[in-house]
Design a protein around this ligand. Structure first.
Ligand SMILES: [Mg+2]
Length: 233
């Protein structure tokens, strides 16, 4: 799909990692291109405020990378910040969270390069630097989540996430934003790069907009995404 020329009739939804910025070996290792944060705010203003980030990251992480206050769905939709700056959760922390954290930390100590990320509602096991442990970690995560009905496993780029079943996914987050101003009545455009972005890609298409994928629609290039958004190219 050819990315549409953005107009003030659009509502824009953007994943961050692998979409706006390049992936790095670790979540903390990413670098944010100069001008991105201010460019996004200018774009938001052009769209009458209808710009939201849909990320797997924690809210504090999103603010650290792109500056505070942007409308967003953090932790894949488990936490929302609306256009009035109100923050609310769509999820509850799984009951076994602390027990899982202890087990995962124990396992990670035996697997150099494996990183356990604590989020508000989820735990993410990153193995980008230790892909040889993927199968073993997958089994561990399945064993931990097992019969816990309040949790599910989310597969992402080189990561397993143990997350609450109750939380919104990115598609539901997009749909929720589209139900109220300043998004309501606009044409949704979403860009993402991961399997966790597919629900939002689907939702944007279903609502008559465009669900775009970095690999399929931008040659896999975050630079192409930024050029399209910020008109630098
Ligand atoms: Mg991504």
């Amino acid at each position: 799909m050819k990315p549409p020329a953005l107009t003030p009739r659009h509502a824009l939804f953007l994943d961050i990692d692998g979409t706006l910025i390049d992936l790095a070996a670790t979540p903390d290792g990413v670098s944010v291109p100069p001008g991105l944060a201010t460019g996004l705010r200018a774009l938001r203003d052009r769209l009458g405020g209808a710009l939201a980030l849909l990320s797997g990251r924690k809210l504090t992480d999103i603010d650290r990378l792109l500056g505070p206050g942007l409308v967003c769905a953090a932790e894949h939709g488990a936490i929302l910040r609306d256009s009035d700056g109100r923050i609310h959760a769509t999820a509850q922390r799984p009951a076994a969270y602390d027990r899982w954290l202890a087990s995962l930390n124990r396992a990670a100590r035996q697997m150099p390069g494996v990183l356990i990320e604590q989020k508000e509602f989820s735990l993410t096991v990153h193995y980008r630097q230790a892909p040889e442990h993927e199968a073993e970690l997958g089994q561990l995560v399945e064993r931990l989540v097992g019969e816990n009905e309040d949790a599910v496993i989310l597969l992402a780029h080189s990561a397993f996430e143990l997350r609450p079943r109750s939380g919104n996914n990115k598609g539901e987050a997009l749909g929720g934003f589209m139900a109220s101003p300043p998004f309501k009545g606009r044409i949704p455009v979403f860009v993402g790069d991961d399997v966790t972005d597919e629900p939002a890609i689907h939702k944007a298409n279903e609502l008559g907009g465009a669900g775009l994928h970095v690999a399929r629609d931008f040659n896999g290039s975050t630079q192409m995404v930024r050029d399209w958004l910020l008109g630098a190219g």
